[in-house]
Write a protein that binds this ligand. Structure first.
Ligand SMILES: NC(=O)c1ccc[n+]([C@@H]2O[C@H](COP(=O)([O-])OP(=O)(O)OC[C@H]3O[C@@H](n4cnc5c(N)ncnc54)[C@H](O)[C@@H]3O)[C@@H](O)[C@H]2O)c1
Length: 441
């Protein structure tokens, strides 16, 4: 049966469905259709589906005109009707894997999607999870759901895992130019999944099992979280010794082996780095194991909020008791530079802490018109970005650079702010001259 699917792939007569058309799913659609392969996109969000049919892209780096071209050429079709996925040979799952209100893995999206796939399962379909999760998800969570249906209907299906390494805003690597890990539990399925990806991704890294692939992805993100925490901890220690961490990393990275630069900042953000390590911690705890590095990193990265606030107080020559009434402008609330993604941004706990201390907080972010509504920080729901002007900057007691987007007028800030707390070393890197006091944090 799998030979039939391989033949279809070789002849490029297969159809690939992508479930979840967000930061991961839409660039995948783009990469697939660019190679002339037919794709169906499924999302529960009716607006996204409508936008795509009208050639409107809502993801940076995916061109709306290209989507329109695929739709016009009958290469791409977006839908909210799951039954349409019955026509597909391969199904790629790119749904969210967040935390629930108890800060534990929420596999609800993966489970509901697997149930829908099971309800519509067709003989010979290859199903690949791309969402980030803990090792064992495919075998323990997805497979039992699909097996029940497959056995009842006497159909065969194949399972694989291929983590996504999408890096929104990265100008050097796209979906198709980033090596892609593919894991399956049999040689046949691994070969088939790899053949399928090879048609639109330059380099495929086949690994011996689904669990290795699941673990590889989560390891990459834990590695990042831990190293960012390390450099944040060193920042605090060195600052106390009068040493600038940025100078230290610049010097250390000249070693051509055995060192990789990571940079300090206001904490971590996005849908991946703050969340994925917790997936592994949770899974490890189920079998009585501890993940001390993960817990410590999370604690250190979160402590950057207090560190920045302390630096601000020192710069303003106030205490936490009398900072109330000050006006602070935050530069950048996206979680990283040059993107509009606000998820888990370290700007929000910082803004919340300042607000709790009676500070009037505004923000400027060229990528964000309004702060997206959230359960965690409802005080900032829909707050608009303030325009940068000489008058506005001068009216503020301090400016904190949280996210160093390239298209911010740092000269204007340097010229008119009386106190600048720079968490990204943005001003020094850009060689901006400042009339006020600059403090790194
Ligand atoms: N954003 C990244 O840079 C990135 C990088 C690597 C891996 N990942 C992982 O990829 C997965 C997806 O992340 P994302 O950033 O693309 O999320 P996203 O929120 O941008 O997109 C998810 C999409 O899934 C849709 N959706 C929600 N429930 C659905 C359902 N039941 N059926 C179909 N669609 C549904 C949403 O409407 C949304 O369009 C996550 O596991 C994430 O950890 C993300």
């Amino acid at each position: 049966m799998i030979d039939k699917l391989q033949k279809k792939i070789t002849e490029r007569k297969h159809v690939i469905s992508v479930i979840g058309l967000g930061y991961v799913g839409l660039p995948l659609i783009d990469a697939i259709c660019k190679q002339g392969i037919k794709a169906i996109g499924f999302d529960v969000d009716d607006n996204k589906v409508k936008n795509l049919h009208n050639g409107i892209s809502y993801i940076d780096g995916v061109d709306g005109a290209s989507i329109q071209k695929y739709v016009d050429a009958d290469l791409f079709h977006a839908t909210t009707d799951f039954k349409e996925l019955r026509d597909s040979d391969v199904i790629l799952i790119c749904v969210p894997t967040p935390l629930d209100k108890n800060e534990e893995p929420d596999l609800g999206y993966v489970i509901r999607t697997t149930e829908s796939i099971a309800d519509n399962l067709q003989d010979g379909q290859l199903i690949i999870l791309e969402s980030t999760t803990y090792p064992g998800t495919v075998a323990d969570v997805m497979q039992p759901i699909l097996d029940v249906k497959a056995q009842a209907e006497g159909v065969e299906y194949y399972l694989a895992y291929s983590p996504e390494r999408e890096d929104p805003g990265n100008q050097n690597f796209s979906t198709s130019s980033t090596p892609k890990i593919v894991g399956a539990d049999t040689d046949d399925v691994l070969k088939t999944a790899s053949m399928m990806y090879e048609q639109f991704i330059k380099s495929i890294v086949s690994v011996p099992s689904i669990k290795v692939a699941e673990a590889a992805k989560i390891t990459e993100n834990i590695f990042r979280a831990v190293n960012i925490a390390l450099v944040n901890e060193l920042k605090v220690v060195y600052d106390n010794m009068g040493i600038d961490i940025w100078d230290v990393v610049d010097a250390a990275k000249t070693k051509p082996f055995g060192f990789m630069p990571f940079y300090p900042g206001p904490g971590i953000g996005g849908h991946c780095i703050p969340i994925d390590p917790i997936y592994l911690s949770w899974k490890a705890k189920q079998s009585g194991r501890e993940t001390k590095f993960i817990e410590l990193s999370s604690e250190i990265n979160q402590s950057m909020t207090d560190y920045i606030c302390n630096k601000l107080q020192t710069a303003l020559e106030v205490t936490s008791e009398n900072i109330s009434g000050k006006k602070v402008l935050i530069i950048g609330v996206a979680y990283k530079k040059n993107v509009k993604d606000q998820r888990e941004s370290p700007a929000f706990p910082l803004m919340q802490k300042l607000l709790d201390e009676g500070v009037t907080v505004s923000f400027h972010d060229p990528y964000i018109e309004n702060i997206m509504p959230s359960r965690q920080y409802p005080q900032f729901n829909d707050q608009p970005s303030s325009a940068l002007s000489e008058e506005f900057i001068t009216s503020q007691d301090a400016v904190i650079i949280v996210t160093d987007h390239d298209n911010v007028d740092y000269d204007l800030i340097g010229k008119h702010a009386s106190v600048i707390v720079d968490t990204r070393n943005a001003l020094k890197r850009l060689d901006i001259s400042c009339s006020g006091k600059v403090v790194k944090a």
